[in-house]
Structure formats: C-alpha cells, structure tokens
Design a protein around this ligand. Structure first.
Ligand code: AGP
Length: 615
C-alpha cells in the first residue's frame, strides 16, 4: 500500500523516480505522481490510475529532469483515486511538495484549523494538511529539516512523509512514525524508499530508519536524527539480492515466476542452518538456549497466508518441542487482551515485515512482557526491527500480491525453529532430528518434481473457468493447506472458495455439497498417517455419495484414493510435517491457471495490496 521514492543525485530524477515506483507497484496502488525541483519552483505531475497513465503524461509533456525529486504510488484511503487526491500535495504557495504513506488520524482537526486560517484545500486527503503545515513551518524556519521536525510533533496516526522545497535545491527530507522508510547510499547520490526495491537497482547499500526519525539527503550526504533533532547513525546493511530477482524474467506473471522459484526459496531458507544431523540457529541472538528454555507457551501471530503457514508451524513446533502453540490472526490478537508474560514467545510471521496488524500485535506482545521472534522475508523491514530476534526466510523478493514461495519459506523457517527448540528442550532424539533434517534436504528436489507434473491443472482450470464455488478439505497439517488453497483461489480468480477441516464436514459444511460441486481434498500419506488417511477417505466417500466431484492431492503411492477421486494430483512421499510444502503447490498452480483462464490480472488482483500497511 502506497509506495514512496525520493532521489537526489546526478541521474535523470524523473527516470529514477519512475523506476522506483514501478518496483513498488506490487504493493498495490490506484494513482501515482512525481514532483521535481525546477529552479525556484516545484514541477508536479500526478494521475489517477496506473503508473502507465503517469508515464504517458510525462512522455507527452516532460518535467524538468535534474535535482531532487519525490515519487508516490497511492492506495486510496481518504478520497477516491483521482488526479486531485493523488500525491504529491503542495504547500507554501506551491514551493513545497510532500508525499505520505499511512494515515494522519487527526487530519480533520488540522484541516479545520488551516481552513479557518485561510488555506484552501484542493483534495480530500489527510496528506494535504501535512503539506500545508510543513510549508508554513518552512516559512518560519527557512529549513526543511527543521520544518519537518516541527510538524511531526503535531501529527497523530502513522506516517512516512517525504518533502522537497524549491528554496532548498538538492535536498529531500523524510520522516517516519510507525511506517517504514529506508535510505539507499549511492556514490554521489542518495535514495529514499518504502522498501529497498525502490532503489536496489542503483545501490545495494541501505539502512532502515527506526521509529520517529528524520532523514535529510543531499547528493553527498544522508543525515539522520530523532524527532528532537539528536543525530543518529542508522545501522547499514547490504541487500542480498539484485534487482533482476524482482524482474518477470520471461514469465507470463510474477506469480508464475514465484511459484517456479519454490525449490530455490526452500533451499535458500535452509542454507547455512542445517548441520550434519541438526539445526544451527545461532542467529537468534538474545533468544539463546537459556532464554528458550524458559518459554512455556508460544503464540504465532500473522495474517492471511502467513497465518496459514503459522497453523502448519503450530503442529510441527508443538509436536516436536512439546511447548503448547496457538495461532492468532494478528488483528484479533491484541483486542482479545491475551494472557502474556515473559515465558510466552510471540512469533510473528510476515513476508513483507510491514503488515500493520502484525506489527501492532508484536508491539502489544512486547508491552505485555512477552518475548518476540519475527519470521520475515524482507531485510530491514519494521517487524523484525521491532522484535528481539529474527529468522529471515530467504525466498527472494515476492512481487505478486498472492503469496506463494514466501508461504513455503515461512513453513520451512518454522520447521527449523521447531527442531531447534526440540533440541534445546531435549524433546526429540538426535536421530529423530537427523531424520527430519535429511528429509528437509530432499525437499527442494521433491518440489521440483511436483512443479514438473502439474500440466493437467491447465486443462482442469479451463474446464472450470465458469465455476462459481470450490471447496477445499484437509485434516491435520492438510487443513491449513486447504485454507491456503481456498484463499489463493478467491484472491486471484474471484471465485467463492472455502477451506474446511475434514472432521468439521458433518457439523455444517456438508450441506453445501450438491451434484457437481468441486472439492479439492488434501490427503495425508497412508504411509505416514494411516488413521488420518482413512478418516479423510471416509470424508471423500461422504461427499462423493452426494455428487461432489473430487480432486485429490495425494501421495504418489496412495492407491486407496483412486476409486473415489475424479482426478488425483500426485506429490512425492515426505515426512508428515513436511507434506504441506509439497501439497500446497498444486493448489497455487490451480489458482494461477484458473485466474489466467478467466483473463484476470493475477499479479495485482482487484482491491488488494501486497503490503497491508494500515489496520
Ligand atoms: C496472500 O496471498 C495474501 N496476499 C495475504 O493474505 C498476505 O499473506 C497477508 O496480507 C500477510 O502479508 P505479510 O506476509 O506480508 O505480513
């Protein structure tokens, strides 16, 4: 949601801003704009609609192309996605331009105050009030950093702000409060961005601002202070992927590419963390063995797909370490006032590391004295910085709104943590841990086999392109796989889809079954879980008897499902806790194929943003 770019240096400012905005498109947006300094004026262009509309307009009537500039993709909150509401907004009689990510909660009061004082608003946004306030503060202080410092003290809510002023050429000033902002360090140039993808094409050297900080960049300098003006030195890091990783690379969509990257995502997440027969998670820092020994309860907080990965993690971590694990949707967590103390470990899972609901859950956990661990895919993101320890997944950049390879890496991250905790607590023998480790090493290859064998899904998706409802059924770790299959389908193909636990069928959902209803059933291997397997086969029989059409995701050697399934999607045998990693991928591919068959934009489904940065 909302993308922010700032640049000052020798390159074509408009080109750098547009490049950065195109890299942030994945976050979701519905209008875009840029502002560059032009002598003693600000030159501005902003358009409702996609970036292509803005590009087109800039091609027909170019803006001046040197000096400092800011660019923005807006996901509408206050006011529709119109040209007027698009950012940047102006202050100080058009000499200042400002962009904003987040929500200024007290904007109505600020706006009333400014209107009473004669200001005329051109938009319905909360942002314009901030632009006017910074403009007024600049007139008093003559310095953009000082003006920003003065205004942030008046704003409530969460925000990242970037501003340029015509009287301070070559300078961009940013401020952040509960919203991300990163600095990119180039040679003779500096960048600002909502995440590193905004500038990684130009430099891998970055730093993430902490909460309540202000940054001032010029071509040669980047200085950071707190909101009171005290100088700070942010911790720098090198981005461990290059911009080509976030290119489509010949695939029809980012989602198709990212599904294909599943084996590499798993291998990279395992890399350096497996020893001969165990797991090495020295990176957990303060959550060392002594600290983990004191944990008697785990709560996993996450949203959407990440929460389904958490449900898989729950089964594995609890079974292996014998520590009770619960999973909470992050947005429900703090409102139920959970019982937390220093013996509770709250694990947040987030691909982006910026999901506001998850971040607020982590803050609540910390405030209640719980220990915090983040499982995150994005270096320098807010949630890992808010947490005591982080286990990065290394799935690489995920651009498509629908999360696929990140889900796999999140499951792997939790499996690694579960094994580590089991070792610390002595609840698993070395041999049992070594067995899982050996199987984890096999997983990328097994997943490659799954990817190579799903061509029937193309046909199935075409046959089903008019379907109005699809159900998904699973048990144990297959249950979150069913939930994930349903979410992916509704998210990108706009088809009603529901996931159920098999045992729940008779308690209600079976009423939905009518002749022709398609039901995907996630079947555990009979070699791993004979009892569960027979239970799910009974479920299949029950719904088949009522006319359902069954598509089973089943282990390659499972003959028992054959008589009852209309189609079987085969996956190789693995250990029970690892099955979701293989079983979920045919469901991801099915959703992708069906959305493609319907001619939909699979990467940017309607109404959705990749990174949900508001509550
Ligand atoms: C998944 O396909 C979704 N787009 C969504 O549910 C996502 O997983 C959720 O918003 C959490 O995002 P995060 O992992 O970046 O925190």
């Amino acid at each position: 949601m909302c993308g922010i770019v700032g640049y000052t240096g020798q390159l074509s400012t408009v080109e750098v801003l547009l490049e950065g905005l195109s890299r942030l498109e994945y976050r979701g947006y519905d209008s875009a704009g840029v502002a560059v300094l032009d002598g003693d004026e600000v030159a501005l262009r902003k358009k409702g609609g996609k970036l292509a509309v803005l590009r087109d307009s800039l091609e027909h009537a170019p803006l001046p192309d040197e000096g400092a500039g800011i660019g923005h993709t807006r996901w509408a909150t206050h006011g529709g996605p119109t040209d007027e509401n698009a950012h940047p907004h102006l202050g100080d009689e058009g000499k200042l331009a400002l962009i904003h990510n987040g929500i200024i909660e007290n904007f109505a009061a600020l706006r009333a105050e400014l209107e009473a004082d004669g200001e005329v608003f051109l938009s319905e946004t909360d942002t314009e009030a901030a632009a006017m306030l910074v403009g007024r503060a600049f007139r008093e202080t003559g310095d953009l950093t000082a003006a920003m410092q003065r205004v942030v003290a008046r704003l409530e809510g969460q925000f990242t702000l970037l501003a340029v002023h015509a009287d301070q050429p070559g300078v961009v000033v940013g401020a952040c409060h509960n919203s991300p902002l990163l600095v990119g360090y180039g040679d003779g140039e500096h960048f600002l961005g909502s995440d590193v993808s905004a500038f990684v094409k130009f430099t891998p050297r970055a730093a993430a601002l902490d909460n309540d900080q202000i940054v001032t960049i010029t071509a040669t300098d980047a200085t950071v202070t707190d909101f009171q003006g005290n100088p700070l030195e942010p911790q720098r890091f090198e981005v461990d992927w290059d911009s080509s990783a976030a290119d489509k690379g010949g695939w029809s969509s980012f989602m198709a590419k990212e599904v294909s990257e599943g084996p590499v995502a798993i291998a990279n997440t395992l890399r350096g963390r497996l020893t001969d027969r165990g797991v090495d998670l020295g990176e957990l820092g303060v959550l060392d063995d002594a600290a983990l020994s004191t944990i008697n309860r785990i709560v996993i907080v996450a949203c959407g797909t990440a929460s389904y990965s958490g449900l898989v993690g729950k089964y594995a971590i609890e079974t292996w370490s014998r520590v009770p694990v619960e999973v909470d949707l992050a947005h429900e967590f703090r409102y139920r006032d959970p019982v937390l103390d220093e013996h509770t470990l709250v694990i947040s899972i987030s691909q982006s590391g910026e999901t506001m609901d998850t971040k607020m859950a982590v803050q609540h956990a910390k405030a209640q004295g719980a220990r915090t661990l983040s499982i995150c895919n994005t270096q320098g993101a807010t949630i890992p910085r808010e947490s005591e320890a982080v286990l990065y997944t290394h799935a690489g950049p995920e651009v498509a709104v629908a999360s696929t390879k990140a889900f796999l890496a999140q499951v792997i991250g939790q499996l690694l943590f579960g094994l580590h905790l089991a070792k610390v607590r002595g609840t698993m023998s070395d041999d049992a841990i070594a067995e899982v480790v050996a199987e984890l090493e096999e997983l990328p290859e097994k997943l490659s086999q799954v990817l190579a064998e799903q061509e029937t899904l193309h046909e199935l998706a075409h046959w089903m392109s008019d379907t109005r409802s699809v159900l998904f059924l699973g048990r144990h770790v297959g249950y979150p796989v069913a939930l994930e299959g349903a979410l992916k389908l509704k998210e990108i193909s706009y088809i009603h889809a529901e996931g159920f636990a098999g045992g729940e069928l008779k308690h209600g959902p079976i009423a939905l079954i009518e002749p022709g209803q398609v039901v995907f059933v996630v079947v555990p291997s009979p070699r791993n879980e004979p009892l569960l397997h027979s239970k799910i086969v009974s479920n299949i029989q029950e719904i088949r008897a009522r006319g359902a059409r069954i598509i089973a995701v089943a282990e390659a050697g499972d003959a028992a499902v054959l008589p009852y399934a209309d189609q079987v999607l085969r996956v190789p045998l693995t250990l029970p806790m690892l099955e979701p990693v293989l079983q979920v991928v045919p469901l991801h591919i099915f959703a992708l194929e069906l959305a493609t068959a319907k001619g939909l934009d699979v990467d940017q489904p309607r109404n959705l943003a990749k990174s949900v940065t508001v509550e």
